[in-house]
Unconditional design. Structure first.
Length: 372
């Protein structure tokens, strides 16, 4: 159980910078030292070497003989590989009197992305964290391995699970005139519970490919849950761009307090840079996934059965003091240790943490307009 707690701790605020960062893009004109230093923890990792050549997936994407559909697929598949990731989030403007910007956020991780399901019109990409931490004596810790988020891509998807707020989703049809040539992106939490879905089209240029999604509602991110209580959801747009050395995930988010008349409190930009790295030991993560792949496949399928069984779906994160993420991660650990009967408990646990409610207008729980 101690190992599970350590892994969950790594999620908040992921792996934060331990050394002074040269933070340039900020509220530099404010006489406030806090605004020029990003929020984060104290851990650091090893120096890594960037790959000097482009990936085989990038080179395939440059094939001018590929048709549009095959270029789309190649762009999605080009996101697989091993990366150093930097995450940056900063509020850029506020929309109420007395607004004060929140402290920026910055973190890093090392993770690999692999294809866990691939069909002609569907691709599923799983992110796996493999992190080595610098210890007080300068040595490196053993690898900390954890299943991270997942992204599913579906061609000309006809139906979305739209987030309403309060851990509730509802099915909505994608207009026929907006389906043609589009790909949906479904984003899932580390325990494979849903986060948000959107759709958009890939555009291919001579030296990069980019997908821009529609504006979607999404739950408050984990990086904010412990420091904000004045808004309920993000309403954001994703842009994902494939580059020769990896890919970049941009977010343009609005922070929204729900209610009879929803209020946008502020806007933020987010940037996650995935850069391919060389000579990194991914073996512990590969071993973990080989040992638990079948378990998480069943988890994915059970969540899908639950969400597809009715028009509306509600996630209950805590039941009788038990958290869904902790329960599934503990089951995964038991399965990894050879207790293969653990897979039989997946359905009951997910069932206990989900219901199919009647959708009512969500009034929100935000506690007033303020910024920390």
């Amino acid at each position: 159980m101690k190992k599970i707690v350590v892994l969950i701790y790594l999620l908040t605020p992921l792996i934060a910078y331990g050394h002074d960062a040269n933070y340039i893009f900020a509220w530099s004109h404010l006489d406030d030292s806090i605004m020029n230093k990003p929020r984060g923890g104290t851990t650091a990792g090893p120096k890594v070497s960037l790959e000097e050549s482009s990936s085989i997936y990038w080179r395939k994407l440059q094939n001018r003989e590929l048709n549009k559909f095959d270029k789309d697929r190649s762009a999605i598949l080009a996101m697989q590989g091993g990366y150093r990731v930097h995450f940056d989030f900063m509020e850029t403007m506020g929309f109420f009197e007395g607004y004060s910007p929140a402290q920026p956020y910055q973190s890093w991780a090392t993770e690999f992305i692999l294809v866990v399901d691939e069909e002609k019109h569907f691709i599923s990409l799983q992110h796996i964290l493999v992190v080595y931490l610098e210890q007080e004596d300068g040595s490196l810790s053993e690898a900390h391995v954890m299943k991270h988020w997942r992204q599913d891509w579906k061609y000309e998807d006809s139906e979305m699970h739209v987030f309403l707020g309060d851990n509730t989703w509802t099915k909505q049809r994608v207009p026929i005139n907006q389906r043609k040539g589009s790909w949906s992106q479904s984003v899932y939490h580390v325990d494979d519970s849903p986060r948000y879905e959107g759709y958009g089209r890939w555009v291919h240029h001579e030296n990069f490919s980019s997908w821009t999604g529609n504006e979607t509602r999404r739950p408050m991110p984990r990086r904010e849950t412990d420091v904000r209580e004045d808004y309920d959801i993000l309403s954001g747009i994703n842009i994902q761009t494939i580059t020769p050395d990896g890919w970049v995930h941009e977010q343009n988010n609005k922070k929204v307090a729900l209610g009879t008349n929803p209020i946008v409190l502020a806007k933020e930009i987010g940037l996650a840079r995935y850069q391919r790295i060389a000579n990194f030991d991914w073996a512990p993560g590969m071993k973990f996934w080989q040992s638990t792949d079948a378990f998480w496949k069943e988890v994915r399928e059970e969540w899908a059965r639950k969400m597809n069984a009715s028009k509306n779906f509600k996630l209950i994160t805590d039941v009788d003091g038990h958290n869904i993420l902790m329960r599934l991660f503990q089951l995964s650990y038991n399965y990894e240790q050879g207790n293969y009967d653990a897979i039989e408990s997946i359905s009951a646990i997910i069932g206990a943490h989900s219901v199919a409610p009647v959708v009512l207008p969500y009034q929100g729980r935000a506690k007033g307009i303020k910024s920390p």
